[in-house]
Design a binder for this molecule. Sequence first.
Ligand code: C2O
Ligand code: CU
Length: 516
Amino acid sequence: MPGPLLEATEGDTIRLTVNNEDKSLSTAIHFHGMHQKETPWMDGVAQITQCPLGPMQSQTYEFKAYPAGTHYWHAHFSTQIADGLTGPLIVHPKEGDYNDNYDVEDRILFLQDFYLQTSQQQATGLLNYPFTWIGNPDSLLINGKGIASKCLEGGSNFEDPNACLSTCTTDDAPSQLLSTINVESLKTYRLRLINSAQLIMMNVAIQDHNMTIIEVEGTIVDPKTVSNIDIAPGQRISVLITTDQPPGNYMIETTVRERNIPGLTGRAILAYSNRNGIAIDSTLSLNMTEPLLAYSYRNGNAINSTLSLNMAESLPHPLWNETTRLDKNTGEEDALLWAMNNISSTKTANPLIGSAVAQSQTINNSEDSRPGPNLGSEETAVIRAEKGQVIEIVFQNARALNGVAEFHPWHMHGHSFWVIGRGEGIYDPESDIDSYNLRNPLLRDTVTLWPLGWVAVRFVANNAGVWSIHCHLTSHLVMGMAFNLITNPNEIGDPSDSVKFCNSARLDPPQSKKNE
Ligand code: C2O
Ligand code: CU
């Protein structure tokens, strides 16, 4: 891990066949950030847009590479992303972009959290009664490499200390344990940060180098220079760095945000090379115990460097005529399930897209044009939109029953949304609307809902299909923190029976009994 890089130019058709060579596990592959315009059944979400791809089966995905930007692909089946079934997906613009602003090819920093437990063990624990939390990751990875937390001072995360003994006692130089990003002096590079973790929001910093944010999830932003960046699971951020420091090696570091996990950091090496591409300092010594950033758990002084980003002025600005508003209360329904407006998403036996199409064929016109989105259905949380409708969703963070409020990175499929407002405490529809940025809000597809805060997003429902909207912490997702947007199902064609009905052999492991 990570899996292979997929690279395309905007507008290309990507055709990709997934061969599931595992003899017992199912999967589904989602292309995170791709809008899948007119190909909603290629979205790769098990139980929503397709049946799980069973053991020893193949499936071909075909869709347009759009929009340009930094994206990734990942398993969208249970918590399987934690097994490392994920990799970068870069879509280059047809022309322009930032190519003029940086010298050589760009570099990817692919961020993951790593668990010794398999994702199956994790999902079983999350859905079982009694509930078992997945625990903390055992390492943070950058481009597939990292140090076991046990091996860092203060790390105490390993249940089985032997599991990492070899890592701890190795005589290998840090350069072999960690990923190395090779750069030349006095050049400007674009680094593409991609957080594909299951659980961990990370703060990224590079020793002695500032970063200038230029792109967020496909949107070119007014450049902003920062010393460190928060990036939540599902988010992608491009930065420019200039290699203007004395030739040498510099630490790239990720630290854990919003969770108290002493000693867990991810590391990689930014290595200046001479013109022949040979690292100047091959016997680099790195201080392994002192984090670059002393962010402690909720110490209140962490800066969220992406909060005030604005869309570049040259981009088309949103038009707000008829906006339908919807509040989403993100709390916990009972000890085991997450719920929005007291509805927790549950899995259906057959993909929702098939049921939506079937339903649209039987519903008469007057029912079909019901006004505005509504929430609720017997089996799963659903909102409906008419094509062209502008929808505003206010996500309100509430405490879970254990009294804790957590952050939730909300991700939307098939669209990007404008982040028009955010605040602390309870959203007040009377006054908070005055604080909205309707001029140049950031257009993105994954937004952090901070503990006990709210965030308001707007999007144009311009994509017929069935689109998942969910917390991108996959351990929350499997516990129901998700709902779906259904837009004009009558327009998406009739998917084949293999999309509409899953044979039982291909089903996700059955959801265990909920705490009644
Ligand atoms: Cu990365 Cu449902 O998405
Ligand atoms: Cu969540």
